[in-house]
Design a protein around this ligand. Structure first.
Ligand code: SF4
Ligand code: SF4
Length: 299
C-alpha cells in the first residue's frame, strides 16, 4: 500500500482539481479527502454515500442551573471568555461556540454544577465514486479538533485499503502547515506540493517543504498556472532544487478547470486531449516513478 498526499501552503492553488484529475488516472485506488474544514473534493467526485458516521470530537461544558449558586468562579477561570454573566437575576451560562472544552470550569466549580457531555463535531463518510472508494468528512461549523478527524479518516482509509487489497491512497490534504496537515502526512510515501507562481507561493512551498523534511517524507512540487508569472514559477523551481524538493512539472493556466468544475467533473474527462490534460498525465507518470512511491509502507 502506498499513499500520496497532495498539499499546498494555502487554499485555492488547484490542489483539489489536481487530486481529482489524478483520481481519473489512478488504478486500484482509495480516495481520501482530509481537508475536513473546507471539504470540496466531493463536488468533483459526486460520491454515493454508503455509510455515514458521527464524529465525536470533544466535550462541551453546560451549567446546570439547578445546582449553580452563582458564585461566578467559572467566569473568572475561563481563559476563553466563554462564560456569560446574565443579569436579573445574576446567573451564568456557557457560550457553546466560545467553549474550547478544556474542562477547567468543570473541575473547579465548587458545586459540581457543570456537566461535560461528549459532543458530535461532524460526520465522516464511506462512499463510492466513479473512480473508486472514497473516505471523506465534514467538520461542523466553528468546530475544533480537525486534526483528530483527519487522523480518524486516514486510519479508516488505510483499514479499508488493506481489506479491499487496493494499491494506493490518494489524499487531498488540507491547506497550510497546521495540525490537520501534520495529521495528514504521517507515514505517507510522498507529498506533492501544488504551488502557484506568486511571492506568497514561494513562501508557502518552503513552509510545506520544511514540514515534509522534518518528518523525513520526500516532497515533490508542481507549479500550477505557471504561465501567469513565469519569473515566479522559475523562482519556485530554483528554491525547490535548493531544498531537495523534486520538480515534477508545470500546469498552464486553463479556464477549462473551472468549466470542468461547473460540470462536477475532472478536466481529464471534459478536455481529455487538451495540452493541460497532457501536462497532468505527464506529471502523474513522473510522480508514480518517484522511488519513494514504489516502497511499501508499514501500516
Ligand atoms: S463556578 Fe459553578 S456554581 Fe459558580 S457560577 Fe460557575 S457553575 Fe455556578
Ligand atoms: S470548558 Fe474551558 S473553555 Fe469551556 S467554559 Fe469551561 S473553562 Fe471555558
Amino acid at each position: 500500500m502506498k499513499e500520496l498526499i497532495i498539499l499546498s501552503g494555502k487554499g485555492g492553488t488547484g490542489k483539489t482539481s489536481l487530486t481529482a484529475a489524478f483520481a481519473s488516472l489512478a488504478k486500484n485506488m482509495m480516495l481520501c479527502d482530509t481537508d475536513v474544514d473546507a471539504a470540496d473534493l466531493h463536488l468533483l467526485m459526486a460520491p454515493k454515500i454508503q455509510k455515514k458516521n458521527d464524529f465525536v470530537g470533544g466535550n462541551e461544558a453546560i451549567i446546570n442551573p439547578e445546582k449553580c449558586v452563582g458564585c461566578g468562579l467559572c467566569k473568572e477561570l475561563c481563559r476563553f471568555d466563554a462564560v456569560i454573566e446574565l443579569t436579573d437575576p445574576v446567573s451564568y451560562a456557557i457560550d457553546a461556540i466560545g467553549c474550547e472544552g478544556c474542562g477547567v470550569c468543570v473541575d473547579l466549580c465548587p458545586e459540581g454544577a457543570i456537566d461535560f457531555p461528549k459532543k458530535t463535531c461532524g460526520e465522516w463518510y464511506v462512499s463510492d465514486t466513479r473512480f473508486g472508494p472514497m473516505i471523506h468528512a465534514r467538520l461542523g461549523i466553528a468546530e475544533e479538533n480537525s486534526g483528530r478527524l483527519v487522523a480518524l479518516i486516514r486510519e479508516e482509509a488505510r483499514k479499508r485499503t488493506r481489506e479491499q487489497h487496493l494499491d494506493l491512497i490518494l489524499t487531498d490534504g488540507p491547506p497550510g502547515i497546521g495540525c490537520p496537515v501534520i495529521a495528514s502526512m504521517s507515514q505517507a510515501n510522498c507529498i506533492l506540493i501544488v504551488a502557484e507562481p506568486t511571492v506568497s507561493g514561494i513562501h508557502d512551498m518552503k513552509r510545506v517543504g520544511q514540514l515534509a523534511a522534518h518528518f523525513k517524507i520526500p516532497a515533490m512540487v508542481c507549479v500550477n498556472k505557471f504561465d501567469l508569472n513565469p519569473d515566479q514559477g522559475l523562482a519556485i523551481e530554483q528554491i525547490a532544487r535548493e531544498n531537495n524538493i523534486h520538480i515534477v512539472g508545470r500546469i498552464p493556466f486553463d479556464p477549462n478547470f473551472t468549466q470542468a468544475m461547473i460540470q462536477g467533473k475532472t478536466i481529464m474527462e471534459t478536455h481529455k486531449n487538451s495540452s493541460t490534460s497532457q501536462a497532468i498525465r505527464e506529471i502523474w507518470q513522473t510522480v508514480m516513478k518517484n522511488p519513494a512511491m514504489k516502497q511499501e509502507r508499514i501500516m
